[in-house]
Design a protein around this ligand. Structure first.
Ligand code: PMP
Ligand code: GLN
Length: 396
């Protein structure tokens, strides 16, 4: 009996599920999987509850209800001055995860090469594999994880069809700057590439930096499918309402795949997210302020304990090097941490290509560990206390 296809071979279980299960089993504080421990505004939750009571409980249209598509188009215009047609250039998906999967299935043929920034969010390479494509990682390196433009240029081959971008970048917290975006745009135009841009952390950018969608650069709106989600921006990761915007033909290709995966996404959540997208700027700045504080608390605490801390420009993750504490294997470290310290973190190692060329035999993420700071201050402080005790014990 055949029990699995080559398309899923080697994909295993996502590290987020593995580490959250470990957190549950050990009762450890979960700074692993990225989800906030405080829900988004009650007005959004009330809007969903109202929608359920008012009968929004059957299939929504496949591309999403008009009110939400209009709200997504209005969001792109309000924040970035981008004009998208809500009827043809916007589609609602079951989280950004489905938008990524459907985009890759809808745009990549077997053998096509897709460039990804490494370390990468794990679903990217899984979905490239499901589509039969070939991943071409370009590595962002500590301490600042800037884009190595020459390496990006060298990664393009005649088989390259797409660049899959992520900024603000999970797991490093890097935010692509103007010269980097310009270099990517030049390359994409020169080689006629499609850009898939995952911008789920678009509102989580700190220290006065700004997020610039690559589709705002000259010549890029016509070749970029931009993906985002309500999960991060409204602290409602369980609702799984995401979306994609871009040229009608790219949205259509993605929708063609999406319609046979989920067909449609969470009907009563859609009017609620339409309401959320229209919240005043005080909501967005308030979220940003509290995450900045949480980032500062966790970064300062980890640094005091002795980790080498790479302060993130965006997202709700911070990356550290564990070597100053006497460890040199992030995976081992994260596996022993829940039992020994009562804290869960994510090893970077799993976000890098395991089949590295022999010249690069060492995984650049081997000693790096990611921590989520989208947790209440008292939770972060308790985790830091536990880590302090652990670090003290392991150094004796
Ligand atoms: N992209 C990135 C970079 C992420 O970190 C995540 C995690 N939430 C997603 C996509 C998936 O988003 P969603 O929960 O909306 O599917
Ligand atoms: N995006 C979140 C993270 O990076 C979690 C996503 C997931 O569990 N798949 O932690």
């Amino acid at each position: 009996m055949k029990t699995s296809s080559s398309r899923v071979a080697g994909l295993g279980t996502t590290i987020f599920a593995e580490m959250s299960a470990l957190a549950l089993r050990t009762g450890a504080i979960n700074l692993g999987q990225g989800f906030p421990d405080t829900d988004g505004p009650i007005s959004i939750i009330d809007a969903a509850a109202d929608a359920m009571r008012q009968g929004h409980n059957q299939y929504a249209p496949g591309i999403g209800i008009p009110v939400l598509r209009q709200a997504i188009a209005a969001h792109q215009s309000r924040w970035y001055g981008l004009q998208v047609d809500p009827d043809t250039e916007v589609a609602v998906t079951t989280g950004a995860t489905e938008a990524i999967a459907a985009a890759l299935l809808g745009l990549v043929d077997p053998g096509d090469e897709v460039i990804v920034l490494e370390p990468y969010y794990d679903s990217y390479v899984a979905c490239i594999q499901l589509a039969g494509g070939v991943r071409r990682p370009v590595t962002l390196r500590a301490p600042d994880f800037r884009l190595p433009v020459d390496e990006l240029r060298a990664a393009v081959t005649p088989r390259t069809t797409a660049i899959l971008l992520n900024s603000p970048h999970n797991p490093t917290g890097m935010v692509l700057n103007t010269p980097e975006l310009a270099a990517i745009a030049t390359l994409a135009i020169e080689h006629d590439l499609t850009v898939i841009s995952d911008e789920v952390y678009e509102h989580l950018v700190f220290d006065g930096l700004v997020h610039t969608p690559i589709s705002t650069l000259p010549g890029m709106a016509e070749r970029t499918l931009t993906i985002s989600s309500s999960g991060k921006t409204f602290s409602l990761t369980g609702w799984k309402i995401g979306w994609a915007t871009g040229p009608a033909e790219l949205v259509r290709a993605m929708m063609t795949a999406k319609q046979f995966m989920t067909y449609t996404s969470g009907a009563p959540f859609q009017p609620a997210i339409a309401h959320a997208l229209g919240l005043g700027s005080d909501y967005f700045s308030g979220l940003n302020r509290s995450l900045t504080d949480q980032r500062n608390v966790l970064c300062a605490g980890l640094s005091d304990i002795g980790f080498d801390v790479f302060v993130p420009e965006g997202t709700y993750f911070v990356t550290t090097d564990i070597r100053p504490l006497g460890f040199d294997d992030g995976m081992e470290f994260c596996q022993l941490l829940p039992e020994r310290a009562g804290v869960v973190a994510i090893p970077h190692e799993v976000f890098y290509d395991p089949s590295r060329a022999s010249g690069q035999a060492t995984n650049p993420g081997k000693t790096l560990v990611r921590w989520a700071f989208c947790k209440r201050q008292e939770v972060l402080l308790e985790a830091l206390d536990r880590l302090k005790v652990f670090a003290h014990r392991s150094q004796r």
